[in-house]
Design a protein around this ligand. Structure first.
Ligand code: CTP
Length: 405
């Protein structure tokens, strides 16, 4: 699986450097090409010679040590990588990357690479919990970096808590999953548009109508589809979620914005998954100034928004269209009706009144309905796991239909 994959390992200075040495050895044994960039602090723990011997490649430690006059080393190695892993990642390297600082070989390489970058933090539990570190991790999440969360346990500093770098075997498994998914899935290379989150319909400059959607299901789908090698565009209403790695993000606010964003990408899409909780109504008149309170009732006249999914169903040529139905009763009847009326290939229904399903939770209970009458009810599972199941069904549609090249 890892044969001939180019993996760049960024090693910063913490006691967990010994795990990076084990990781290098295991990656090489699995057939990967491994190059290592070390910070000065990392060299205080382990000599570059250790990584050179394990990786059988020269180790980079200094931006200005240009051994090959034909290339600029940090650009060359940044371009070479299929995947970059910073392990261990100290609070310092996380802070530098979050601030865009490039003052050594590792940080210049990190800013220069277009490959996915995964970060495996390792530090004292209080350092990990420090607001500055958490703020930097949040920034990097938003920038599309992926974190390999540290585990809890005995730390070298004597504390017990969260901060222990993930074990090399686990990291290798994540890397294998990453490459195997990309290699095998029928969704590989497909253009997938996912919509997520709520929309906001403006009443006046300070108020809007919206709903309880947090976007978690849509973001999970975008992340899982990207892992399967799809080119993913995530058209998202306002949420507080971190952007998934290597996914194009298109932020929108209203149902009308979402309509334009989805429709303008429809011709180039292979698959559209409409997870968003789009407002069905918007105020007929948007007030330019803040509405002042008066005695008595306030009546706001609403008008229908455009049904994006129905429009896609009417226009579809060879795209696969997947809708969602969030219901509180008669789930199957309503879902089946939407499947037909909106001309969908598949609809994912959930009863948001059930415990563990619906808005804001990390779990969901979904049933998938197909046009040919097939249906599959899934038990309670994480939204990430539900996303993987839904995409497995979409991949099956792609394979069966043979519609897509
Ligand atoms: N949807 C859409 N555009 C809208 C409203 C909904 O594209 N203006 C999509 C949603 O993204 C979802 C599906 O339609 O995939 C179902 O949305 P839902 O609001 O549950 O159903 P509606 O069709 O609006 O019908 P109802 O309000 O009767 O439940």
């Amino acid at each position: 699986m890892l044969k001939n994959r180019n993996i760049l390992l960024g090693v910063s200075g913490g006691i967990a450097v010994y795990k990076a040495a084990a990781l290098t050895s295991k990656l090489v044994q699995a057939g990967a090409n491994v190059k290592v960039v070390m910070t000065n602090s990392a060299c205080q723990f382990v000599s570059p010679l250790t990584f050179q011997a394990l990786s059988r490649h020269e180790v980079y430690t200094d931006t200005f040590e240009e051994r090959d006059p034909h290339v600029i080393a940090h650009i060359d190695v940044a371009d070479w990588a299929d995947l970059v892993i910073i392990a261990p990642a100290t609070a310092n390297i996380i802070g530098k990357l979050a601030s865009g600082i490039a003052d050594d070989m590792l940080t210049t390489t990190l800013l220069a690479t277009c490959a996915p970058v995964w970060i495996a933090p390792a530090m004292n539990v209080h350092m990990y919990d420090h607001p500055a570190v958490q703020r930097n991790i949040g920034t990097l999440y938003k920038d599309g970096y992926r974190f390999i969360e540290p585990s809890e346990g005995y730390l070298a500093c004597g504390y017990v808590g969260k901060g222990r770098m993930e074990e090399p075997e686990q990291i290798i498994q994540l890397i294998k999953d990453h490459f195997s998914a990309k290699q095998d899935s029928p969704l590989k290379g497909k253009n997938i548009v996912v919509t997520a989150g709520p929309t906001r319909e403006q009443i006046d400059p300070v108020r809007f109508f919206s709903n309880h959607s947090t976007g978690k299901m849509g973001y999970a789908l975008a992340e899982e589809a990207q892992k399967l090698g799809a080119h993913v565009t995530l058209i998202t209403g306002p949420t507080s979620l971190h952007a998934p790695t290597d996914v194009e993000i298109v932020p929108v606010t209203s149902a009308a914005d979402m309509f334009d964003a989805v429709l303008s990408r429809f011709a180039e899409s292979d698959i559209v998954i409409k997870t968003a909780a789009v407002a069905d109504y918007k105020p007929k008149h948007v007030h330019d100034h803040k509405l002042k309170k008066k005695d008595g009732a306030l009546v706001i006249e609403l008008e229908r928004t455009k049904d994006i999914l129905k429009e896609l169903g009417a226009r579809k040529t060879n795209q696969i269209i997947v809708g969602f139905a969030a219901e509180t009763q008669h789930v199957e009847d309503y879902a089946q009706e939407k499947l037909v009326v909106k001309n969908l290939d598949m609809i994912v229904a959930n009863n948001i009144a059930e415990n563990g399903a619906g808005f804001g939770t990390d779990t969901n209970i979904v049933t998938v309905y197909h046009r040919d009458g097939k249906q599959h009810a899934y038990p309670l599972m994480s939204k990430q796991a539900a996303a993987a199941e839904i995409l497995r069904e979409v991949a099956g549609l792609v394979e069966r239909s043979g519609k897509l090249t």
